[in-house]
Design a protein around this ligand. Structure first.
Ligand SMILES: O=P(O)(O)OC[C@H]1O[C@H](O)[C@H](O)[C@@H](O)[C@@H]1O
Length: 537
């Protein structure tokens, strides 16, 4: 642990010992200006945290010590920073307009990216215009995307987020191997007008292959050989897509330098493009690119992904908070917490550092959340008065898409601002006592009531404010979170781009399948055996 880490700990300890609260930090008249950053109409406010000027200097020094800037350059130029898989990390190239050659393995990757994007654009235009016919010569009304993890969460979240821009076929998503999922999605859909996209980076994922076979059977039962014209695939494993009988012209490829959870910018984003059209999809990519440019060029103190990452480090390692809540005050971002759970926890839920040692500090926190205002009526009680502090991350648009509804968006904004303020300022015992007395309680009864009505406050939050949830803004938001995860991963010294931790469970599931099917064998422990017995049909 470097000197900077110890200085940060001392800073935090001293502030605690002095009883200094977040509210106290607002005595500095420039608190908000110094602790907020802007990029292309978007504002990130980190002023409602316990980070003071000295702590910010130290956190910036930490970023420098970890060479965040150097690693950032290495990522963008295609170095193999995913060192356990010996791969470059270039999802940023999928969204770039740049044409200057970007060389990976001796070849410029730009032409292939453009080719695939053109192929997607053509396909989407044809499907949306009705030029691409169904087996019966009609128009596709619905699209079912079959994928899981990175091949599901990104496109599902983004498609829902951009509902006001939908002017293409309806998009549905099937991910779970639980047959209930595909059954419930296909029920009500007509195979004669449904396009099925099978999305899997590896094309080996059990859930997706199982659901794909079920969907193909559903199409074939209705359309016979015509089913083929209702299928498309997205993958890096083009040979495997052929095995499943998907025509080559309907296969959209990408390369292994795109991580699954970073893949919605390319062909995995096809459902988004089908829903909103190629032009809007380009705006989405441009939002991501704008955030890339900001990340690469903005001064450290003005750099949103950097600041957000440093806030994350502060909360996780210096304050010791184990989780963070993502609270989009934007119903259409209701799937953002689930999407970020993969982006963040699969990227930074690691315990071994680049040097092969077990990390001496905390790494990725637990990410969870729910759209506001719904969360307020569920778990906000714990955020305000529970025994653990949960840093909160609010997202809010200046403008909704439904101005004709009057009060709704103003209420949404007022609630969002009220929550971050309530978390920070709390309510003192004396104020609570007054309220209890006004409610008719006296003496000890009033004091007892006041205990329960006191809010400790001093609970940190950050707020991301954007003009409106447009395709461009969504692109900015996602890229911001991607780079935040990157910044944290670099400072923690871990590899944010592999996911070995998901392997063991998959292996054991394969080993347990014969036991579940009663084909012989014995469980490795009495608990699993007991459960197998109980689950025997
Ligand atoms: O796209 P696929 O190859 O089917 O992978 C789908 C998902 O499966 C794995 O379990 C990985 O942990 C995820 O990172 C990935 O997104």
């Amino acid at each position: 642990m470097s000197d900077v880490w110890s200085k940060l700990r001392i800073n935090h300890r001293n502030a605690e010992a002095a009883g200094r609260s977040i509210t106290d930090l607002f005595r500095a008249p420039d608190r908000f200006d110094t602790f907020s950053a802007r990029s292309d109409g978007m504002l990130l406010d980190v002023s409602k945290t316990g980070i003071d000027a000295a702590a910010l200097d130290l956190l910036l020094a930490l970023a420098q010590e970890a060479d965040v800037a150097g690693m950032r350059a290495a990522m963008f130029r295609g170095d193999r920073i995913n060192f356990t898989e010996d791969r470059a990390v270039l999802h940023t190239a999928l969204r770039a307009r740049e044409t200057k050659p970007l060389v990976v393995d001796g070849g410029d990757i730009r032409p292939a990216i453009q080719h695939t994007l053109d192929q997607m654009n053509d396909f989407a235009r044809e499907v949306r215009s009705g030029g691409l016919k169904t087996a019966e010569g009609g128009r596709f009304s619905d699209v079912v995307n079959i994928g899981i993890g990175g091949s599901d969460l990104g496109p599902a979240m983004a498609t829902a987020a951009l509902a006001p821009y939908h002017d293409g076929p309806r998009c549905h998503f099937v991910s779970n191997v639980d047959g209930a999922h595909i059954t419930d999605v296909l029920r009500g859909l007509d195979p004669a007008t449904t396009l099925v996209i099978i999305a899997s980076k590896t094309f080996t994922t059990t859930e997706t292959m199982t659901n794909a076979r079920t969907a193909i059977h559903w199409l074939r039962s209705a359309l016979g050989n015509g089913a083929t014209s209702h299928l498309a695939a997205v993958s890096t494993a083009l040979d495997r897509t052929a095995e499943l009988g998907i025509p080559g012209a309907r296969v959209f490829g990408f390369a292994d330098w795109v991580g699954g959870r970073y893949s919605l910018w390319g062909p995995v984003g096809l459902p988004i493009m089908l829903a909103i059209g190629p032009e809007r999809f380009r705006e989405f990519l441009d939002g991501g690119t704008a955030m890339d440019a900001h990340f690469c060029t903005a001064e450290p103190r003005e750099n949103m992904p950097l600041l957000m990452g440093l806030v994350g480090i502060w909360h996780r390692d210096i304050c010791g908070y184990g989780t963070r809540a993502v609270l989009p005050y934007d119903q259409r971002l209701a799937r953002l917490p689930a999407y970020l759970q993969q982006l963040d926890m699969e990227s930074n839920g690691k315990r071994v550092t680049r040097s092969g040692e077990v990390a001496a500090h905390g790494t990725g926190p637990i990410v969870w959340g729910e759209a506001g205002t719904n969360g307020q009526h569920a778990f906000f009680q714990l955020l305000h008065q529970g025994t653990q502090v949960v840093p909160a991350e609010f997202l809010i648009a200046a403008e909704g898409h439904e101005p004709e509804l009057g009060a709704h968006h103003d209420l949404l904004k007022a609630n969002c601002l009220a929550q971050s303020e309530a978390l920070m300022t709390g309510r003192s015992f004396d104020a609570a006592l007054e309220i209890a007395r006004a409610a008719g309680f006296e003496g000890d009864a009033a004091r007892r009531q006041a205990q329960h009505r006191t809010f400790p406050g001093n609970r940190p939050s950050i707020t991301l404010a954007y003009p409106k949830l447009t395709p461009f803004a969504l692109g900015q938001i996602i890229a911001l979170y991607e780079h935040r995860v990157f910044v944290e991963g670099i400072i923690w010294g871990i590899n944010s781009f592999d996911q070995w931790g998901v392997e063991l469970g998959k292996e054991l599931a394969n080993a347990l399948l014969p036991l579940v099917r009663d084909e012989g064998g014995e469980a490795k422990n009495a608990s699993t055996q007991g459960l197998l017995d109980a689950l025997r049909r």
